[in-house]
Every structure is written in C-alpha cells, then in structure tokens.
Design a protein. Sequence first.
Length: 270
Amino acid sequence: MSDTQVLPGVHPVALGDGVHAFFTSAAGGVSPAPWSTAAAADGSDAGHGLNLGLNVSDDPARVAVNRARVARHLGAPVAYATQVHGATVLPLGGAERELWSAPEPPGTAGEGDALVTTEGRLGLGVLVADCVPVLLADPVARVVAVAHAGRKGVLSGVVLRALDAMVERGADLARVRAAVGPAVCGLCYEVPAAMRDEVAAAVPQTFATTRAGTPGLDLPAGVVAQLAERGVAAVRVDRCTLEEEALFSHRRASVSGTTTGRQAGIIALI
C-alpha cells in the first residue's frame, strides 16, 4: 500500500525496530454524530468521526472509508476481529494479508479477542471504546499481537493467551514489548461492589475506588500487572476514554442514551 495518509489525533508508541504501532482517536474519518465527538470534529459534528466498528449501527460504507484511512496511515492492510469478550487468539498469515488487501476486504477475521501474526505488512487492529487495547511485539523474532481486554477479558486472561501465542511463534518474553492504550480509568469505572470483588480476587491490581467513593475497577492496571507476571514491561498510555471527548466512550454515550464509535490500537511488522 504505497499511498499513505496522516490521521489527526494518532498516539504513536515505540515497540522496537521494524514495528509500527499506534492508537487512533475519534478524529479523522467520515462518520457523523453519534459516531463522532465534538472534540474529534473540531467543534462540529460535520462527519469527521473515525468510527472503526461495524457493530454500532454506523453505515458500513462509512466504516470502510474510515478503515481504509487507517490502513493508509499504517501503509498496510489492517485486519479486525469480531470481539466477543473472550480469550480466543486468531492467528493470521499470508492468506489473510491477501484478503485484507483486496478492494473489498472482509469485515472480520473471525470471532476472537486477540490476533497474532509473523506476517510482514499485515496490520492487526483491536477495537475499543472503554475496554483496554493492548499491543504486543517481539521485534527480534518478528511476532506481533493485539488483545481486547475488558472486564471479562482480564478475568479470562486474554492478554496472557496472546503472549502464549507469540511464544509458540518464536517470541521470547524477555524481549516482548507492550503498550496498554487509552481506556476508562479506575477513578471513572464504577461497578457494583460484588463485581469489583470478583475481578480483584483474580487480579488484585484492578481494585479501585471512584472519585465519588464508589466501587471501581482499574482494568489498565490489571493488564499491566498480568504482563508483569510474565516479565513483560508495558508502556501505559494514561488517557481515560470517559474523560477525554477526543476519544470514543461507550459509558459516556450510554449516559445520554445513544451509541458511539470505536477507536483502535494498530500494530504491524514493517
């Protein structure tokens, strides 16, 4: 893919030589409200939302345009899964690169909440709007992966399963680099006390109290802790999706009774 495009609001992360990784924002696309935000559209809802999700009632044709813009920013096709809050890891290779390079790429790589590949110039995308997007790379073994870690994903260990899949393909955990992207923070993510206790019993670092003094969950902290258990250090992008209007937030949209878009974490071997 030779024609590149620069997207606004992208948050790049350095995960090693030969790896291109970044997190998108809500800006830079063609979707109107409610799949855009005021901040993303520079004070208007003129259709600048970069919604990358197909399951939020946006026009699939607009989503295709938005996804194509992300692929041009990356300089390679990007594959996405149908995420179901589980722990399935989908391996992708040369055949999938051909599919996602087609003029009309498939809408999904299948049902799963993590993707792994050793294929060069094949982007992996993880879609979020409050859950934790995780990017993983061993730049020496040339293995990359993404994982979608919501509350259920943290409990099921989806990030750990992604690491297992990387090791099966030659990665060394001592070399793996990780980026934990924007997600709802523990000061904002209010949950019932029983739910907090259930998750914290499995991953104690998720235990949180919100600004209002109510039970909360810090899922990014939980993911960082799970990575640390395997000896993997993580760069944490400390941005809260609920607080930042430049990012999509399912919880913020739910308060107003509407839907919202999905941003993504993107990674590829280049």
